[in-house]
Write a protein that binds this ligand. Structure first.
Ligand SMILES: *Cc1c(COP(=O)(O)O)cnc(C)c1O
Length: 395
């Protein structure tokens, strides 16, 4: 089996699993308990918080553990909205190609009277800091823009956007779920006020993540209850997962440059190989792009068909995002970068990792060529294109 769907989730690394095991049984205490088993667990919790803070470039008191990226996104956005509403600021800036954890939270706020400006994304898969600056108004209470896109892998100019937001005194949140562990991040240097991350996107466990929030930023609770996470996120801490996340994040950050160099070389080979297939286009600019992301559209065929045939050949890939597969709507990300419906349906995302080999890439290219040829031979749309009854969208 060749796993090329690391943007959906990753396999846990051995270090993460090893870090979790002691906290499942021997040190299973509740950090809120006053006895020794509880207090030892509490020490581990503090230690993990310090290690993660160091990797982000922030203080341990600015790290809030959540159930993952979605919860962190929700809490960040709802907190900024609540803060804005107090002073009559009810305008939020984001982009059209955010993750649904962001877009659906913004939709909810629109129903509550907030106004949301979704910036258009260029065909390159980028927005510019100038476009953010131009959209900021007197009543803007939040800018939320993802660090790197989960479908097409393009990396936004986060430090420049951070500088704009700082100068205009507007809070800046970034969904960095695809970036942490893969790109160098420093929340202070990049003027990020809030950041979301999720462990299962960098070989850590599922169901655990972090909301970083700059000291003094008033968070509202998404989960009410006990006083965990300095009163901002109730629920007994998932210590095994937190320890696994800290170990996976350290490993990913220590090896970041080495992995990025290796994986991006394979990515480029994969892109070049796929683009030899006629009437195929890369989605999003080649650079700046996540080391492991490849996303292409093939004219005349459907993404679901590609996935099924690739799966039969032992290759795990994705078309659109995992959250929307199963629905027949084309990806909102591909529509946002201006891909027309008819070709947005024929998309394939391959997200590779440092575990991918050059032989895997060769096998993926070969299997994809065969798959596209098979599907095109059965496609009435492709026949029409070939016979000149329809115009090619992808030249
Ligand atoms: C995976 C992902 C999320 C959701 O994270 P979960 O931990 O699965 O809730 C949010 N944003 C982006 C960009 C993602 O890739």
């Amino acid at each position: 089996m060749i796993y090329a769907d690391n943007a959906a989730t990753t396999a846990m690394c051995d270090e993460a699993i090893a870090a979790m095991i002691p906290y499942c049984k021997q040190i299973f205490g509740n950090p809120s308990s006053l006895h020794t088993v509880g207090q030892v667990a509490k020490e581990a919790l503090n230690d993990a918080r310090e290690r993660i803070a160091k990797l982000l470039g922030c203080e341990p008191t600015e790290v809030y553990f959540t159930s993952g990226g979605s919860e962190a996104d929700n809490q960040a956005i709802l907190s900024a909205a609540a803060r804005g509403a107090k002073t009559g600021k009810k305008h939020i800036i984001s982009t059209a190609f955010e993750h649904h954890a962001v877009l659906h939270t913004l939709k909810k706020l629109e129903k509550q009277g907030f106004e949301v400006t979704l910036l258009d994304v260029h065909e390159s898969g980028l927005v510019t800091a100038q476009e953010v600056a131009d959209a900021i108004r007197e009543d803007t209470c939040l800018v939320t823009i993802m660090y790197a896109n989960n479908e097409i892998g393009t990396i936004q100019p986060i430090a420049e956007i951070g500088a704009v937001c700082k100068a205009r005194k507007v809070p800046f949140h970034t969904d960095a779920v695809q970036a942490v562990g893969h790109l160098k991040i420093d929340v202070r240097r990049e003027n990020i006020d809030m950041l979301s991350l999720s462990a299962h996107k960098f070989h850590g466990p599922k169901g655990i993540g972090v909301l970083y929030a700059r000291k003094g930023f008033p968070l509202v609770n998404v989960i009410e209850g006990g006083a965990q996470e300095r009163g901002k996120r109730a629920g007994t801490e998932n210590i095994p997962a937190i320890m696994g996340m800290a170990a996976a994040m350290e490993k990913a950050c220590v090896n970041l440059e080495k992995n990025a160099a290796y994986v991006s070389k394979l990515r480029d080979k994969l892109i070049d190989g796929l683009l030899t297939i006629p009437h195929t286009v890369l989605n999003g600019a080649r650079e700046p792009r996540l080391p492991g992301n490849v996303n292409v559209c093939f004219e005349g065929i459907e993404g679901e068909g590609i996935l099924l045939l690739l799966d039969a050949k032992g290759i795990c890939a994705s078309s659109g995002s995992a959250c929307t597969s199963g629905s027949l709507d084309p990806s909102h990300v591909l529509l946002a970068i201006g891909r027309p419906h008819e070709i947005a349906h024929g998309s394939l995302r391959l997200s590779i990792s440092e575990e991918t080999t050059e032989a895997d890439v060769d096998a993926i290219i070969q299997a994809t060529k065969e798959t596209v040829a098979t599907l095109r031979s059965m496609s009435p749309v492709w026949r029409d294109l070939q016979e000149g009854k329809r115009q090619y969208v992808i030249q």
